[in-house]
Design a protein around this ligand. Structure first.
Ligand code: UD1
Ligand code: CA
Length: 457
């Protein structure tokens, strides 16, 4: 079945009170329209058309690089949903099936759309996604006779009797291309809003004897749009709930599902535990038995089996292998790799560095642009001085070395295998294997030292 998807996204979105076009406002860090595009792609659409209006340049600029195959269609004036779809018609072939989605209704699922396709396939003419609301105010109402859909009547054009109908038009529809082309050409803007209503094609179809099929979405949030920041926050919540439920059904133990935020794609192994106020962003993979403590932020990272991340830690664009211990209060910055069983403790910052198997930096250290070998022990207060004010340089610490507390390793510098650096050293020259280096002022003793006294007057 050949499928063209038309995404309506020309609305101004004035109620967002923002310079950003409405459909670029994000849910879970991803612009609303991108959710819709990704869903269309998941349906294996042959073509995806985006009808844009205000702020279109911004839209194209942002989406074009990621989705080079989108068809962009400009709707100069917003004369209604029917008019919007008309703009795409020159690109639609009669033999195609056309799915209409809204760019500001991001949470519609592939599952619910598949149900719509199943309904459509009864006659391959026309299927509508409808929903039943206790309060249907504002929506187009589905008028039925003997159970068959007769028409959609917009709120502003509805009689009292029609206003009482609780079944509404979600806006999502699937229509045969050939018929759509015909019906759209007959639309008139003769209604309360002087707009070309897409919904008018329903009555036209019925006139031609078409039996309109319907299906309902699995969840109400799937058909909700965001016109302002309040509705956007609601969608965010709904979406978060969905993502967290997915994690839990994949086996994660989540201490409080309302206090985890997922802003990307998270994959997990078995028996993962996630405590409260954890934010997972971008692409995150958590291996088997990973434990994440409260208040951690993990972005674009892979965490290996059995690793524990203690509270208040941040990990960004890093790879952590198996059975590592991180935090509390640790920060791994981009391009960090921890090999198995490495430990990065409280107030340790690591940037663009590798820590070898079993290496430890347990407290208060900065490790930047460094290669740290197996089983190295980095004492509290150690700093790799990687920056001279102009350039970055590298520190290499070979396997088994012991760096005494409060040492400064002035890069470029290397510390040999099993070497020892005395506490408080400022190391400016490389240290050989097995050596002890002490690079600090010698301790002196002055007997009977008189402390200064305060001057009088
Ligand atoms: C529309 C439906 C209504 C349905 C409701 C569901 C019509 C006439 N009405 O009403 O039956 O219950 O959606 O939310 O179709 N758009 C354009 N160009 C335009 C007008 C709209 O691109 O000229 C886009 C908007 O950006 C939006 C979508 O179409 O994404 C729907 O437009 P909106 O004005 O929200 O439609 P409603 O009046 O709410
Ligand atoms: Ca609307």
């Amino acid at each position: 079945m050949s499928l063209s998807v038309i995404i309506l996204a020309a609305g101004k979105g004035t109620r967002m009170k923002s310079s950003l076009p409405k459909v670029l406002h994000a849910v879970a860090h991803k612009p609303m329209i991108q959710h819709v595009i990704d869903t269309a792609i998941s349906l294996k659409a042959d073509k995806i058309h985006v009808v844009y209006g205000h702020g279109g340049e911004q839209l194209i600029e942002q989406l074009q690089p990621q989705y080079p195959d989108l068809q962009w269609i400009h709707q100069e004036e917003q004369l209604g949903t029917g008019h919007a779809v008309q703009q795409a018609m020159p690109l639609i072939q009669p033999e195609e099936n056309v799915l209409i989605l809204y760019g500001d209704v991001p949470l519609v699922t592939q599952d619910s759309l598949t149900a719509l396709f199943t309904a459509y396939q009864k006659n391959n003419e026309f299927a509508l996604m409808t929903a039943t609301f206790a309060d249907p105010t504002g929506y187009g109402r589905i008028v039925r006779q003997n159970g068959d859909v007769q028409a959609i009547v917009e709120q502003k054009d509805a009689s009292q009797e029609v206003l009482a109908i609780q079944e509404i038009n979600t806006g999502v529809m699937l229509v045969q291309g050939k018929k759509l082309l015909n019906w759209l050409s007959e639309l008139r803007a003769e209604n309360a809003q002087k707009e070309y209503y897409l919904t008018d094609i329903v009555a036209m179809a019925v006139q031609e004897g078409c039996n309109i099929q319907t299906s309902e979405p699995h969840q109400v949030c799937e058909i909700m749009g965001a016109n302002d920041k309040i509705q956007l926050a609601q969608l965010e919540q709904d979406y978060q709930r969905r993502l967290v439920q997915e994690l839990m059904s994949n086996g994660a133990s989540v201490r409080d599902p309302q206090r985890v935020d997922i802003r990307g794609e998270v994959t997990i192994g078995q028996d993962v535990e996630i405590d409260v106020n954890v934010i997972l962003e971008g692409r995150v993979h958590l291996g088997d038995h990973v434990k994440i403590g409260a208040n951690c932020i993990l972005k674009d990272c892979e965490i290996g089996e059995g690793t524990e991340i203690h509270p208040f830690s941040m990990i960004d664009s890093s790879i952590v292998h198996q059975y590592c211990q991180i935090g509390p209060y640790a920060r791994l910055r981009p391009e960090t790799t921890l090999q198995d069983k490495a430990k990065v403790g409280n107030f340790v910052e690591v940037k663009k560095s590798t820590l070898g198997t079993g290496a430890k930096a347990n407290h208060l250290a900065y490790i930047g642009d460094a290669e740290v070998g197996e089983k190295v022990n980095i004492g509290a207060g150690t700093i790799t001085c990687n920056y001279d004010g102009a350039n970055k340089s590298k520190t290499v610490i070979e396997a088994g070395a012991f760096i005494g507390s409060n040492s400064s390793l002035v890069a470029p510098v290397s510390i040999g295998k099993n070497a020892t650096v005395g506490a408080g050293s400022t190391v400016t020259k490389s240290v050989g294997d097995e050596e002890l280096v002490i690079a600090r002022g010698k301790q002196r003793h002055i007997q009977n030292w008189q402390r200064p006294v305060k001057k009088k007057g």
